[in-house]
Design a protein around this ligand. Structure first.
Ligand code: GAL
Length: 304
């Protein structure tokens, strides 16, 4: 049920927080943060561990099979990813030119002062993903982020400048690096948890405000062009819990059978492993968006 933790076919809690769902050759792959390991104290400091990015596969978007941790901390202390790293909001694209699956995720240290990305690749959707690079895109800070595919180009969309401004940065044709071309799309609006999609004549974003794990009102923005400034319009949610985005925060916009859906995380900061999910239909009417609450995932429209 939307808003609640979800279980896989083995009855285990799905650990795919801050994630995305990729369709590839008739199968859906859900990637996200595995939060199953609780926080611990090391050298007097509280550590929220990086356990791994987990992947689940499904043919019907309802029955999810655990494919395990597809990106994990290094076994050697010199490795880029450690248990003490922060790896959040993993997003995966298939690159048709190279035949590789490319993952970008927010990479950070425990106090979120590094503010960069990890780039990892795999030969198969279920991994294993190997780290290709850890970087700050165009030497800028990057925290909450997503990937956007537009025609044969792909972009990193990321919150930067102390989370004040949302940028697009163009990826190289192999999706492994950046061309250097970038644009500010929401300037000084303090938006994060970006989701981006194209419908009709418009490019839309749905983002959250910057209140950490605490839910706040989502806002959508639109522009006719990918690189011109987006204009913030309104909260697409409706009813009494609109002000908290139904208790959720955007994770990804999903294109399924020609319709757009919004994947939300319902964070439980006291025990992140218990965080829930929702998948809600995005109603696009010309240039306006609405996201209504539904108890059933996908509003009951997709095998649910
Ligand atoms: C939120 C962000 C999450 C996570 C959290 C940590 O603002 O959207 O992905 O980084 O802060 O406090």
């Amino acid at each position: 049920m939307n808003g609640q933790p979800w279980r896989d076919v083995d009855g285990q809690l799905i650990q795919a927080h801050g994630g995305t769902i990729l369709g590839h050759q008739g199968t859906y792959y859900w990637y996200g943060e595995d939060r199953s390991q609780s926080a611990f104290v090391a050298a007097g400091k509280r550590v929220v561990p990086f356990t791994g990015v987990r992947c689940y596969s499904s043919s019907n978007l309802r029955d999810w099979h655990d494919a395990g941790r597809v990106l994990t901390p290094a076994s050697d202390p010199e490795g880029r990813l450690q248990v003490t790293s922060v790896v959040e909001r993993p997003k995966v694209l298939f690159n048709a030119r190279t035949g590789k699956f490319v993952m970008w995720a927010h990479f950070d240290n425990q106090d979120y002062t590094y503010a960069g990305c990890v780039v990892a690749t795999a030969e198969a959707p279920t991994g294993p993903f190997t780290v290709h690079d850890v970087l700050r895109p165009n030497r800028q800070e990057s925290r909450d982020m997503t990937l956007v595919q537009d025609g044969d180009q792909a972009y990193l969309c990321f919150s930067s400048d102390m989370n004040q401004t949302l940028y697009f940065a163009q990826l190289t044709p192999d999706y492994l690096g950046l061309t250097g071309f970038s644009a500010k799309i929401l300037v000084d609006q303090a938006r994060e948890a970006p989701t981006v999609f194209h419908a009709g004549d418009w490019y839309f974003t749905i983002t959250s405000g910057t209140t950490g794990w605490r839910p706040n009102p989502a806002l959508y923005s639109r522009s006719r062009f990918l690189f011109s400034g987006q204009k913030l319009i309104d909260n697409p949610c409706m009813g009494p819990t609109a002000a908290t985005t139904y208790g959720g925060q955007p994770a990804a916009a999903l294109a399924i059978d020609g319709r757009w859906y919004l994947l939300l995380d319902h964070w439980q900061p006291a025990d992140l492993s218990q965080s829930g999910y929702s998948i809600l239909p995005i109603e696009v009417t010309g240039r306006d968006l609405h996201v209504a609450w539904t108890q059933t995932p996908f509003g009951g429209e997709v095998n649910a």
